[in-house]
Structure formats: structure tokens, C-alpha cells
Design a protein around this ligand. Sequence first.
Ligand code: SF4
Ligand code: SF4
Length: 285
Amino acid sequence: MVDINVEDSPFEASPVAPETFDENHVIKFRCYKGIECFNACCNSIDITLTPYDILRLKNHLGITSTEFLKKYTIPFEFNKGSIAGVKLLPQEGSTACQFVTEEGCSVYADRPTACRYYPVGLLSLRRADENFDRSSWALVQEDHCMGHNEDREITIKDYRKEQGLEEYDEHGHAWRQLVLKMKSAGPSIGQPSLASRQLFFMACYDLDRFREFVKSEGFQGTFKLTEDELNRLYEDDMALMKFSDRFIRQVMFGEVSIDVHDDAVEKHIQRRKEAEALRKEAEAD
Ligand code: SF4
Ligand code: SF4
């Protein structure tokens, strides 16, 4: 299964640009249990996950985002030294998805965006002179996929509806924009520090760890949130995911939307001094 969900140029290694379509384009495709190639796509995967994909999958499996990332994903860099994304980690010694069974996908109701889209690919493109991204779609035609020979015509718009993609695209949009913004940014933002990259990773993909961070003295000593706002972030994954986007924009791009305490900088310096003193004390013992 080829993932062309996030790249601004999906076939970077290829000099041939893919043919792209708008959502009224009609494709000929059907996939169903019993088709000759059933599961072939899930036996060779390359699937980038959005933060919303991770949220849905970790809740489906009843585990934390930290456990999910460890067991089911592998990180990769969008550009060398830049922010990371995560892909589904195949079964050990194989290219097959860990969720594939003889009956099909074992997490079907919460399958990732790229699986829902296949064989269509969403291309998010940003022109150098624009500060927003445009969506268009491409069709992936792999030899093993027999669905293209089926006698069903459907517009990309209806296919997206059928696959539940309107919701997935809506909740994946902010992250997709962040990635494009990062990829199209100048060298100062394009090469973020290790600490920024770690913060990006935690806030985007490891929501349960991000929640602990939000609960920490360091966070609350810096950012000014009401008790109601904090309680929502403690209890509501979706609220936390939306907040993580604002947080990243503020700390990495200076797009301020969260109030900070007047003495945040002094407190931060004080905490660092205390941590340094503790470290020295421990070394001396
Ligand atoms: S998550 Fe499901 S649909 Fe996607 S590759 Fe794995 S088994 Fe296939
Ligand atoms: S028709 Fe294509 S998408 Fe469906 S199971 Fe076969 S290879 Fe996978």
C-alpha cells in the first residue's frame, strides 16, 4: 500500500509528476472481501499516520499513545534534521501490517487515513507565494490491486464520503498544514533544535505524554490556562489534540494564541537554576 498522503511532492524521486484531479473526478474502483487480491495491499505497507489516526488507533486498542508508538510505529524525518513523522511498523521480518488478519483489517472502524484513501492519494500542496495549502488527488495504480478492474464508477468526492474521510481530513488538516509550513519554511525554522523536534513529536503524536506535560509545574508556570480549560485538556483527547496544534504554533513559529504568565521567563530561569543545582549536588555525592 503506497502512502502519498502528506508529501508536498509525492513522487520526489521521480521526474514524472503524477496526474492530479479535483474531487469531481470519476474513478473506477471497488474493493471487497473475496476479491482475488484481498489483503494484498496490507501485506506491503508504507503508511504515514496523522495525529488523529494515532488517537483513533490507540483508543481502539485501549492503550496509551506511548505504548502505541512503541509497538506499532516507526519514526522518520520529513527532511534531514527536521521534524519527524511516524509510519506504521510492519510485522517483524515482513512488510505486512500488524493489523492484517485473514478476515481483513482488525482495526477497520479506526483504520488510518491512508488506508481509507487507497488507491486515491491526497496531495497537500503549498505554493511558495501562498500561506495556505490546496488539496488535490492522485490515483495509485499498483499491479497487484484488482479493484481497478471492477465495474464501479465513483467520484473522489463520494469515495471520500464512503470511506469516512471527511472527518479524518478535517482532524488531520491542522497537522498537515504544520508539516507543510515546516517543510516550506526557511533554514532557521526548517532546522529546529533537538528540543523543538522532541516537543513537536510529543505534542503531535504522543498525546498521553503531552497531557502529563500539560499537568506539569513547568508548563503551568509558563502558560496561563483557566481551571476549566485545564480540566478539558486532562479529560478530552480531541481538545488536547487541537490544543497541541496551538502550542506548537506558539513555541515553534511564534504564533501566539495561549496567554503566558507575566513572570514566565523569570520562573523558567529559576527552574533551570534549581535543576542545575540539583544535578551538581547529585554529581558531588
Ligand atoms: S491498518 Fe488495516 S487497512 Fe491499514 S494496512 Fe493495516 S490491516 Fe490494512
Ligand atoms: S482491491 Fe486493492 S485495495 Fe482492495 S484488497 Fe485488493 S489490493 Fe487491496
